[in-house]
Ligand binder design. Structure first.
Ligand code: FES
Length: 66
């Protein structure tokens, strides 16, 4: 599912950026090599980042495997 329509950033793109260290929407855009346009996605992106960070924290063995 797309979180950012303007720049075609999907949930899985956000998840990958979080695993690479992104902790805010600007980090995700940077990781994807894109720049924000309208900013409408920022709230949903923050929510997804938080969710992914919590999931990663609850599964430390999976993080070590990456
Ligand atoms: S929806 Fe992400 S910048 Fe517009």
């Amino acid at each position: 599912m797309y979180l950012c329509i303007c720049r075609a950033i999907r949930e899985r793109d956000v998840d990958a950026a979080v695993r690479a260290g992104a902790r805010k929407p600007a980090d995700v855009f940077r990781a994807c090599g894109k720049r924000p346009q309208c900013g409408t996605c920022a709230c949903d992106m923050r929510e997804r980042i938080g969710q992914t960070v919590r999931e990663e924290a609850s599964q430390p063995s999976l993080m070590a495997a990456d």
